[in-house]
Ligand binder design. Sequence first.
Ligand code: GLU
Length: 424
Amino acid sequence: MSKAIVSSLYDSDVFKMACRQFDLAADAINLPEDIRDRTKYPQRCLAVALPIKRDNETVTVFEGYRVQHNLHTGPGKGGIRFHPGVTLGEVAALAMWMSWKCSLAGLPYGGAKGGVIVDPRLLSAGELERLARRYMQEIAPFIGPHIDVPAPDLGTNETMMGWMMDTYSSHIGRNEPAVVTGKPIALGGSQGRREATGAGVAYLVKRYLEDMNIPIAGATIVIQGFGNVGGETALALSAYGAKIIAVSDYTTGIYNRGGVDVKKALAYVQTQRVLQDFDGGEPITNAQLLALDCTVLVPAALERVITPEVAAGLRCRLLAEAANGPTTFDADKILDQRDDIELIPDVLCNAGGVIVSYFEWLQNLQNFYWDRDEVMQKLFVVLERAKNSVEYQKRKFKFSRRLAAQTLGIQRVAEAKRSRGLSA
Ligand code: GLU
């Protein structure tokens, strides 16, 4: 088998990190050489130019992407990110992680991701709507309920999914709710989808603390990132009786040993948009926040924030990766050596979002809708099953928990590729 001939299209630190994780996992399970490269590299990608009319009548062209890493285990699945730091390489890495995540959870999906290079906070509501619709218009021929199904991610939300579903439906001339998930309930969104990622993170934190014999009541929690995932994780963990001692966003961290009032902080962010100047605790830096003494640290923002230096200085008992790819490859080696810290790896920890996206897609296809209790119950069953398979794999092969989760995810995708063979 000769090596893949690949361009530098996806070159970036984050794509390299996803590839190094893949290589490590492929070696660990002796994945046959002739299946490796086609399991590893994205199947296809689309880059789009997005001209929109600004409120001042000028025109700005934004750039966007959709990467379909794997379409062999079902339609592609994965969110759309609106962020100034988006690159094609980042979207490719995130698409790769979606493949392993869906596979690990046993969802009949491949992996995909989208992104637009934009700071959505700098656009008016009207401009944002025009950009979201324009993005969907450009990717419409490339996606569909049985091809690739987008969803929210960093910088996008259910309102935007509603606009995108509307644009796609106009494009094909009929109503098609199953083309995106994470929609408003009125458009076929699922009960519980907005809370799903955070609820899943909190459920797994509760279950792992049980395994570690640490009571969740009174456990201290630090959360980096206070968007949809960080906020919902904070709420769900508080409901389990844990104490949120610090939260942060890109403007500041807020520390309160007695417990941050999560509802008050969320209400503040609703009106002020950022945590800056919130008076529910003392301000701290990002570096201080990550090094706080706590039971659980939850990175719920961007990739690559746990560097080797941060990993060496962590003072948590459990690291719950609500973000995708928060720990660098080299930092992971340090975590492996630290017996004092347990890890819930991203592809397991934040899978709640895509699991309920799957439920939403099923409800749309069947036109049969479930209530919230049913959604949550089914979510926890799927998470519990994924957790058990990770723990079994970890014990059986003496793998780290990340390696256990990644090998399980990769194995199923590779198996599907092998079984399908090569056409033509
Ligand atoms: N963006 C989320 C993720 O990274 C959800 C994806 C989805 O629901 O399709 O898992």
